[in-house]
Ligand binder design. Structure first.
Ligand code: SAM
Length: 286
């Protein structure tokens, strides 16, 4: 992230979620606020982006952006069923869950880079989207500030389980910042969990994955937010287990397609380097 600047990639992914609402049928992720939260200019760009709607690269990326939100909200529902009452959206960008939260007694903590969060407040106000009493904000730069302090100031409890969504953020972080956050999550009580997406290292990608990845990597680098963190799946799972996580589900594009984009259910994800992971702190974990 550039000092003093809001995230550009947050706007781009929000535009892809909005495009999904307009162009994709059936939808894998329903978000009635996705278009409303955008600026008028961004919303207009989405609406006239008919070319993007059929471009296979854009469709694939849009499907990934949509399905990761679906995954996070499905796992959140499981967490709520387990009794979790705190949801932390790390690097929230223009995520709209907090403004359509269907769960009574679920507090939602939105954590983000200070300038991105200030921009989101302006977007919410402009769109006339009310901020429910259940929403708390913590302005935190994961590279410089303490997540623990930021969340504590916002009223977060270290003694109650929590579920964390960390979508489209990990690849932009240093390893130290990412593991600092994972260690923080691992310090919550059992029944806490986290969903995040990550990419395998470029040198481990197949040719199709690598081409799609390089194209996206050059775009985010131009936006001043280069990808810099990658994981080998097996090694990451071992590191998560060492931190105390169990019940780890780690989905590649074939597994994602099989689960959410089966026959007739929309654009499958072919050869994407992005993966979705969910990990829980359960009874009996180390
Ligand atoms: C690609 S956007 C994803 C936003 C949102 N999670 C979504 O899926 O729409 C990346 C987000 O990570 C946040 N981010 C990146 N680096 C960060 C850092 N060092 N500290 C805090 N937030 C950061 C940005 O502000 C932005 O909101």
């Amino acid at each position: 992230m550039k000092d003093g600047q809001r995230s550009r990639t947050a706007e781009r992914v929000a535009m892809r979620r909005a495009a999904h609402q307009i162009f994709d049928q059936p939808k894998v992720f329903e978000d009635p606020l996705a278009l409303r939260i955008l600026s008028d200019e961004a919303a207009a760009e989405v609406r006239i982006g008919a070319g993007e709607s059929v471009n296979p690269w854009a469709r694939g990326l849009r499907a990934f952006v949509a399905v990761r939100s679906r995954f996070a909200e499905e796992e959140l529902a499981r967490a709520v069923a387990r009794g979790v009452r705190q949801y932390v959206v790390l690097g929230a960008g223009l995520d709209t869950f907090a403004y359509r939260n269907p769960f009574e007694n679920l507090l939602v903590y939105e954590v983000d880079f200070p300038e991105t969060q200030a921009w989101k407040h302006a977007r919410l106000e402009h769109a006339g989207i009310a901020i429910p009493d259940s929403v708390r904000f913590a302005a935190v730069d994961f590279e410089k500030h303490s997540l623990a302090d930021g969340l504590a100031e916002a009223g977060f409890s270290r003694d109650e389980p929590a579920f964390f969504a960390w979508l489209g953020v990990v690849p932009y972080l240093t390893r130290e910042a990412a593991f600092g956050t994972l260690r923080f999550i691992a310090g919550q009580p059992q029944d806490s969990g986290v969903v995040f997406d990550y990419a395998i290292p470029p040198e481990s990608m197949g040719l199709t994955e690598r081409m799609a990845f390089e194209f996206l990597a050059s775009r985010v680098a131009r936006a001043g937010e280069p990808f810099r963190l990658f994981f080998e799946p097996e090694q990451l799972r071992a590191e998560l287990r060492a931190l105390g996580f169990s019940e780890i589900e780690d989905l590649d594009s074939a597994a994602i397609s099989a689960r959410w984009f089966g026959q007739g259910q929309g654009q499958p994800l072919h050869g994407r380097a992005g993966r979705l992971l969910c990990a829980w702190l359960s009874t009996g974990s180390a």
